[in-house]
Design a protein. Structure first.
Length: 486
């Protein structure tokens, strides 16, 4: 478990930056750009992301899984790397050609042209290799640079509403540069040289990656449909309201979804070695750990929303509050889907179940969006998202429970809901007696977190005690290394 803990810590350090970046940027961007211009920027980013996702043809998770399968064989590892790399470069060229034709028909052609660099970054980024090797430090370093450079650039360059074009340039160029800087890290594993790859091997990988493409395509539909339909039915401002609520929800969620990135290559490697018992043990612990974080985060984000938004985003963004309330269950749903889908089904190659669940969810999402958005705007979009994730949960966990003995772990995880209730009551009480200010939000988070931690310790929660023990051992090892280096 040592390497898993190490990789999780690497990713958590990055997520701290992801957590801090919106805290710093969101209040600035909402006030400088306004809801309309920020909504246009979010819309353009959604379209570019759609092209990148479709263009990759499912090779992201497929590549991670295949590298995890062969990482113990240097010859197979190098061969697999170059085959997948060439496939990704070919897909990137085809995607950019198609995107060029799309730009002529787009609502914001110049902004879409800027995002060409952003799309190209998706295909040259080598982080899939590092994740498959469970070498998370390099992948995290790449993402850290992109995020940090983007934050600094925004404060230096974006000064008025007209600078939203510069904002898009920053996002696009920093992502591309970060991908380029990650490439030299590959030299640690093998010498970079030209390798002739047979066309038949490229077709082989393309066909197999298609198995993971269809579920990703479905995910893309229900992640993009809400913003596209909001822009069509309501306004760009409505897109901004929904996007800001989604970003706030994803701040706590990101600390949990890190587990999927860390666990999937480990589960894939265990599956290749036919270690069924280890897979069950990892999944059981992941369910408990995710639930221990997800339940208090869901209730906590709902409790602080009414006091957070006025000072954080400004009065113009008050419509974000009910969207946060509607989207909050996403923290539970997405963390559980991460376990069943991104970890178990992908690692074990059960892509048909994955595809079925996501396509049905995408259909449900579109239908609910069409019905609810015209009447309830961004709140309707949030309800549609929750409905879609609910469908995924039902389908994936029906299969997961049939093939693993994890029902007891899942039922036991609901204890964290009851353990979170005292924290919610405290947070709501503080919201009533304190004004809407940053100090109130800080007090709510610290007091709520402290109370929840006390409840876990008093109830002698096994997962909490295990984490404390693991952290203590890591600190002891660091102290020992420090003494030995003197």
């Amino acid at each position: 478990m040592g390497k898993l803990v190490k990789n999780y810590i690497y990713n958590v350090l990055y997520q701290i930056l992801v957590f801090v970046a919106p805290l710093v940027m969101a209040p600035y961007l909402t006030r400088v750009l306004g809801a309309e211009r920020l909504g246009i920027s979010n819309y353009v980013l959604t379209i570019a992301t759609a092209f990148g996702t479709v263009g990759l043809l499912g090779t992201q998770n497929y590549a991670i899984r295949e590298i995890a399968y062969v990482k113990d064989s240097p010859v197979k590892l190098e061969k697999t790397f170059y085959e997948i790399l060439e496939l990704r470069l070919i897909l990137g060229l085809l995607t950019l050609i198609i995107y060029t034709f799309y730009i002529r028909l787009a609502s914001y052609p110049y902004l879409m042209l800027i995002m060409t660099v952003y799309i190209a970054a998706w295909f040259i980024d080598p982080c899939w290799f590092f994740i498959g090797m469970e070498d998370m430090g390099k992948a995290v370093a790449r993402n850290f640079f992109a995020k940090a450079a983007n934050v600094i650039g925004i404060f230096v360059i974006v000064k008025s509403q007209e600078d939203y074009v510069k904002y898009i340039w920053l996002l696009s160029s920093m992502t591309f540069i970060a991908s380029l800087l990650a490439i030299p890290q590959l030299w640690k594993y093998f010498n970079i040289h030209f390798v002739k790859v047979s066309f038949s091997r490229i077709i082989f990988h393309a066909k197999r990656s298609l198995e993971l493409f269809w579920p990703q395509m479905a995910i893309l539909v229900y992640l993009s449909a809400d913003k596209i339909l909001l822009e069509y039915f309501i306004s760009p401002a409505s897109v901004a309201y929904y996007d800001q609520a989604e970003k706030i929800i994803k701040i706590p969620l990101s600390f949990i979804t890190v587990l999927s990135t860390v666990m999937m290559p480990r589960l894939a490697n265990q599956f290749a070695s036919h270690n069924v018992d280890n897979i069950k043990e990892y999944l059981s612990k992941t369910i408990q750990f995710s639930s221990m974080l997800a339940f208090p985060m869901m209730l906590g984000i709902m409790g602080i929303a009414s006091n957070l938004i006025p000072w954080f985003l400004g009065i113009e963004f008050l419509p974000v509050i009910p969207v946060i309330w509607a989207l909050a269950p996403l923290i539970i749903f997405a963390s559980m889907v991460g376990i069943s889908g991104d970890q178990y089904l992908v690692a074990t190659g059960q892509t048909r179940v994955l595809t079925l669940s996501y396509f049905i969810a995408a259909l449900v999402n579109i239908l609910v969006n069409i019905v609810l958005i015209p009447r309830y705007a961004e709140v309707g979009a949030a309800i549609a998202t929750i409905c879609a994730y609910g469908v995924i949960l039902i389908i994936q966990y029906k299969v997961l429970l049939q093939r693993t003995s994890l029902l007891d772990s899942i039922l036991d995880s609901f204890k964290y809901l009851w353990k979170s209730l005292p924290m919610l009551l405290l947070v709501l009480y503080l919201a009533k007696v304190m004004p809407a200010a940053h100090t109130t939000t800080l007090v709510q988070i610290l007091a709520g977190g402290l109370l929840y931690g006390m409840v876990l310790i008093i109830s002698k929660d096994k997962m909490a005690l295990l984490l404390i023990e693991s952290f203590s051992k890591m600190m002891d090892k660091l102290k020992l290394r420090g003494k030995n280096s003197r």
